[in-house]
Design a protein around this ligand. Structure first.
Ligand SMILES: [Fe+2]
Ligand SMILES: [Fe+2]
Length: 451
């Protein structure tokens, strides 16, 4: 590791103050490290793609939404780059927000170049060391002035880190244990559109996967559809039901297997039904608003709470505490997850999507289905549709987890983007309920076959 640290590196510096950019650039170049600069989060994201840096330094007006946004996007986009954050105030709240986005280092301002130079090599060592050394070199305040702090002001750096960070090992184990998304699903997700060549490719992909084609033929020949004669091939099924329906049935069949098995913690069938409802509602909302991405909204809706499923399956003890907390203290499960596990299931869903190499729009919509304003500009509309679809599903009695509070207040940003007025769209709810029930019934054949 030490050898690697000494080699010349390329660094992306995102700072809104020109003087800071210049100072950092000079300091890095003195170390013979190449520096590229960006004046805002947008430019930094573009340069992140084009300059392939080894490290990112973010100083965008202390640590505000733009910095957090950039940090999360870099992470969600699958870049596992070390990030050094420069901030005005380093306290528990900030640690809480950044510690899981490892490897991350922090330094308080005013900028001290000696500290920057001392800290940079740690960026390429163990993630914990980067954060630890950064805190040592910073002025760390254990509590914020207005926080209702129950831990007292004597908390050490050591305590702050361990409390702020979800155990990396656990996360790694969790992902190691998570079933892979079948290859055929990833292929189907890459094939969007309805031109002739896509239809042909989709048909080939499904036909060439014996398990998937078998499942699909069982579904289309089930009593639900009640066709007079047997449908024997995938191309025939596509002609009769349409490409889009086949695509969604394939995805649904593959995804349903993740929701199989019994759990003492939560009713997985319920979470599955909720996923179908959000998929259906998100597509309807996008269609109604006349925006592009209705099918992506469906797919992202189907997968949006995967993070919750992962937490339930692989961190079940901790997750049961979160559910208990939500029920006993009457807070939302989202809030209880963050307070208990220090992780948000939506972010985890997005992370998994990135791990599975799903298209960027799905990663974004999954990661930000509770905070659509934080999604990429191009993908925001899909994230907003899933967010609003989630609310409609809850209002229609199709919540994913029993007896927990859910915030049904639509995000203002999402409402504006999709011209969504809760009073006006209430009439969609019965349609969502009916279509969810139909889809569930169609897919039950596949679910049954999974055992
Ligand atoms: Fe969610
Ligand atoms: Fe949800």
């Amino acid at each position: 590791m030490a050898g690697r640290a000494n080699r010349s590196k390329s660094v992306l510096v995102a700072a809104d103050v020109p003087y800071t950019r210049m100072l950092l650039k000079q300091a890095l170049e003195q170390q013979e490290w190449a520096a590229t600069t960006a004046k805002d989060a947008h430019e930094a994201l573009v340069k992140l793609q084009t300059s392939a840096p080894d490290l990112v330094i973010i100083d965008l007006n202390s640590f505000d939404n733009a910095s957090e946004d950039l940090l999360m996007k870099a992470r969600i986009a699958g870049h596992r780059l070390p990030v050094l954050l420069l901030c005005t105030l380093l306290d528990r709240d900030l640690l809480r927000r950044v510690a899981n986005v490892a490897p991350v280092g922090v330094l308080t301002k005013p900028l001290n170049l000696d500290n920057v130079k001392a800290l940079l090599p740690a960026a390429f060592g163990p993630p914990d060391q980067f954060l630890r050394k950064g805190i040592e070199l910073s002025r760390y305040r254990p509590t914020t002035s207005d926080a209702k702090d129950t831990y007292g002001a004597t908390q050490t750096v050591e305590e702050a880190i361990s409390e702020s960070r979800i155990d990396e090992d656990r996360i790694q184990k969790m992902f190691g244990a998570m079933p892979l998304l079948p290859h055929v699903v990833a292929r189907i997700l890459q094939l969007s559109g309805s031109d002739e060549s896509t239809v042909k490719q989709l048909s080939d992909v499904v036909s060439n996967d014996p398990r998937m084609s078998g499942q699909l033929l069982r579904i289309v020949n089930s009593a639900y559809f009640g066709f007079a004669r047997r449908i024997a091939t995938i191309p025939e099924a596509m002609v009769i039901l349409g490409t889009q329906a086949i695509r969604n049935l394939c995805l649904g069949a593959a995804v349903s297997s993740f929701f199989g098995g019994k759990s003492r913690l939560l009713d997985r069938m319920r979470l599955w039904r909720h996923s179908l409802a959000v998929a259906t509602a998100a597509r309807k909302i996008a269609e109604r608003a006349g925006v592009a991405g209705a099918e992506e909204a469906f797919t992202a809706g189907l997968l949006h709470d995967f993070g919750r499923l992962a937490l339930e399956r692989h961190l079940s003890d901790a997750y049961s505490k979160a559910i208990e907390k939500a029920r006993s203290e009457q807070v939302t499960l989202l809030q209880a997850e963050v307070e208990t596990l220090n992780i948000e299931h939506a972010w985890l869903s997005g992370w998994m999507a990135a791990k599975w190499n799903l298209p960027g729009v799905l990663c974004q919509a999954m990661a930000y289905h509770h905070t659509p304003e934080r999604a990429n500009e191009t993908d925001r509309v899909v994230a907003a549709a899933v967010h609003l679809g989630d609310i409609l599903a809850h209002l229609g009695g199709l919540a994913g987890v029993e007896d927990v509070l859910y915030d049904v207040e639509p995000n203002i940003y999402a409402s504006g983007l999709l011209r969504f007025d809760l009073d006006e769209v209430q009439d969609i709810i019965p349609e969502v309920q009916a279509e969810t029930a139909a889809l569930e019934q169609q897919l039950s054949v596949a679910m049954g076959s999974e055992g």
